[in-house]
Design a binder for this molecule. Structure first.
Ligand SMILES: Nc1ncnc2c1ncn2[C@@H]1O[C@H](COP(=O)(O)OP(=O)(O)O)[C@@H](O)[C@H]1O
Ligand SMILES: [Mg+2]
Length: 476
C-alpha cells in the first residue's frame, strides 16, 4: 500500500506539472470507477461471510454424522435423503457464492481496464488537440499517456487492497469473537497451590444452577441467532458433606438427582453459586476453597473418571500420557496391570501403540472404562472422583472392573457415584441424593435398618442388578 501511494502521488505530481488540464480530464473518470469499487468491497465481504457460515455448518454436520456413534444413529434412524438434501442446499449455496465472487471480481477488473482505456483516449484526444494548436509539445502528450498507465496500476492495487482487507476482516471478526470470550472459570490472582499431604473434601452448603447458554458459548458457534439468556434452575439446594482423607463417600440416587453435578463442582468444572467446596483442612471450614487454588495444583490433586469415559483417537500410550506427559513405559504397564488390562493389551499386535478411540480399535465398554481408570491411576491424584458409567456395566467384566476400582480408591480420598452394590458397600459413608438435596446419610447397614429412601433404592435397583450379575457369572 505504501509503495502504491508513493507511486500515485509522484505520478500525479509529474502529470499535473506537465499539463494540469489533461490530468484533470483523465481524473474525471475516477469517481466512475471508485464508487462501484467501494460498493463491491462490502458486497464481497457479505458473500464471504455467508460462505464461511455455510462452510462451518457443513463441517459440523459432517463431523457429527461421520463419527462412529453419529453414523450408527443415521443408519438406524436417519433420513439419508433429507440429510443429503440439506447438505446439497448448503454446498450449492457455497458454490453459487464462489461463482458470484469470481464474476464480481472479473467484472471489476474488466471495468477497470475499460475506464483506463477511456482515460487514455481522453488524454490522447485533448493532448493531441493541444499539440496541434501548439499549446503542448508532442513529447509531453506521450509522457502523459505513459504516466497514465502508471496512475491506474497503483489505483487498481489500492482499491483491490480494500476488497481484500474487507474479506480478511470477515475472518478476523469470527476469530476475535472467540478470543474475546471470557472463560467462565478463571484462576484468581494470588491463587495458592493445594497443600501437600492427604486431603479431605468438604461441601459447605453448596447451591448451584447451571449457567445460561450465553455465558458459556457463542451464538455464531451454535448456529442460532441468539442464545438462551435464562439461567438454569437451581440444581443443588444446599449440599453439605465431608470426606476425611483416605475415605470413600458413595453418592446414590435416582437419575437427574444432581450426582454428576456434585462431581463436576468438585473438579471445578463450574463454580458454586453460594457456599463453598474446600480441599484439605482438618476442621470443617478450614480447608482451601477451590476458587482460591491454582489450576495446576487442582489438576495434580484431583482425578476424575467421567460418565462417558472418552478416549482420544490416539494410541493407548498417548491417551495415558494425557494424564502424565512424562510417564515411562514401566509406569504405563504398572497402571495397566492395576486396571486389569494387561492380558488384553499384550494380546494386541501393536500393544501400547494400538490406536483406540472412536475410529480406532473398538474396546468393549468394560475395557474402555478400565482404560479410563488406568489413565486416572497414572496421574496419581490424591482425590478421586468416579462417575461410573452405567453404559459400560457388563456383568462379565464386573470382577475386573471391581479390581480396577479397588486400585483406584486405595489410600485415596474418593467421591464415587456408584451403581454397583459392591462399591457402595465398601464406602465409608453413603449419601442419598434426591432433587439436589442429601436426604439420607450413613453406612449400608445403617441405611438399610432405617428403611428409608436408600432401602427402597436398594430393593428396586441394586438387588436386581446383583441377581443378574450372579446369574451371569456361572456362564463364564
Ligand atoms: N450442562 C447442564 N446444563 C444444564 N442443566 C444440566 C446440565 N447437566 C445436568 N443438568 C441438569 O441438572 C440436574 C442434575 O443432573 P445430574 O447431576 O447429571 O444428575 P445425575 O448425575 O444425578 O443423574 C438435571 O435436572 C439435569 O437436567
Ligand atoms: Mg450422572
Amino acid at each position: 500500500m505504501v509503495s502504491n501511494v508513493v507511486a500515485l502521488v509522484l505520478t500525479l505530481a509529474v502529470m499535473l506539472g506537465t499539463s494540469w488540464q489533461v490530468t484533470v480530464l483523465a481524473m474525471v473518470l475516477l469517481p466512475v470507477f471508485l464508487v462501484p469499487a467501494r460498493r463491491m468491497g462490502s458486497k464481497l465481504a457479505d458473500l464471504r461471510r455467508e460462505a464461511a457460515e455455510h462452510n462451518a455448518a457443513m463441517g459440523t454436520q459432517m463431523t457429527e454424522r461421520f463419527s462412529a456413534p453419529g453414523a450408527t444413529l443415521v443408519k438406524l434412524f436417519g433420513r439419508p435423503a433429507d440429510e443429503s438434501r440439506e447438505f446439497a442446499v448448503r454446498a450449492g449455496r457455497v458454490r453459487d457464492i464462489g461463482i458470484r465472487t469470481a464474476m464480481l471480481q472479473f467484472t471489476f477488473v474488466t471495468a477497470l481496464t475499460l475506464v483506463s482505456a477511456l482515460a487514455l483516449a481522453l488524454v490522447y484526444g485533448l493532448g493531441g488537440w493541444y499539440a496541434i494548436t501548439g499549446q503542448l509539445a508532442a513529447g509531453d502528450v506521450v509522457v502523459l499517456a505513459l504516466l497514465l498507465t502508471r496512475l491506474y496500476a497503483p489505483l487498481t492495487a489500492l482499491s483491490n487492497a480494500r476488497v481484500e482487507i474487507m474479506s480478511a476482516l470477515v475472518s478476523f471478526e469470527r476469530v476475535f469473537e472467540i478470543l474475546d470470550l471470557k472463560p467462565l472459570i478463571q484462576q484468581k490472582p494470588g491463587a495458592v497451590p493445594v497443600p501437600p499431604g492427604p486431603v479431605s473434601v468438604e461441601f459447605d452448603d453448596v447451591r448451584f444452577a447451571y449457567p445460561s447458554a450465553d455465558k458459556v458459548s457463542l451464538a455464531s458457534l451454535e448456529e442460532v441467532s441468539t442464545l438462551d439468556t435464562r439461567g438454569g434452575e437451581e440444581v443443588l439446594h444446599g449440599i453439605s458433606f465431608r470426606v476425611e482423607p483416605g475415605q470413600t463417600v458413595a453418592l446414590v440416587g435416582s437419575s437427574g438427582a444432581g450426582k454428576s453435578t456434585i462431581a463436576q463442582l468438585l473438579a471445578r468444572l463450574y463454580d458454586v453459586d453460594s457456599g463453598a467446596v474446600r480441599l484439605g483442612g482438618s476442621l470443617p471450614g478450614s480447608g482451601l476453597d477451590l476458587r482460591d487454588a491454582t489450576f495446576d495444583s487442582l489438576r495434580d490433586t484431583l482425578g476424575m473418571v467421567t460418565q462417558d469415559g472418552h478416549l482420544f483417537h490416539e494410541t493407548i500410550a498417548s491417551n495415558l500420557r494425557l494424564a502424565r506427559p512424562d510417564a515411562t513405559e514401566k509406569d504405563m504397564w504398572d497402571v495397566i496391570r492395576q486396571a486389569r488390562l494387561e492380558t488384553m493389551i499384550r494380546s494386541l499386535p501393536d500393544g501400547l501403540e494400538t490406536v483406540v478411540g472412536e475410529r480406532g480399535y473398538r474396546l468393549s465398554g468394560g475395557e474402555r472404562q478400565r482404560l479410563t481408570i488406568a489413565r486416572l491411576l497414572i496421574a496419581q491424584p490424591r482425590v478421586v472422583i468416579l462417575d461410573e458409567a452405567t453404559a459400560a456395566l457388563d456383568s462379565t467384566n464386573e470382577a475386573a472392573v471391581q479390581a480396577a476400582l479397588g486400585a483406584a480408591l486405595e489410600g485415596r480420598t474418593a467421591v464415587v457415584i456408584a451403581h454397583r452394590l459392591s462399591t457402595i458397600r465398601a464406602a465409608d459413608a453413603i449419601l442419598v441424593v434426591e432433587d439436589g438435596r442429601i436426604v439420607e446419610r450413613g453406612t449400608h447397614t445403617e441405611l438399610l435398618a432405617a428403611d428409608g429412601r436408600y432401602a427402597e433404592l436398594y430393593r428396586t435397583q441394586f438387588a436386581e442388578a446383583t441377581a443378574v450379575a450372579q446369574e451371569a457369572v456361572p456362564e463364564l
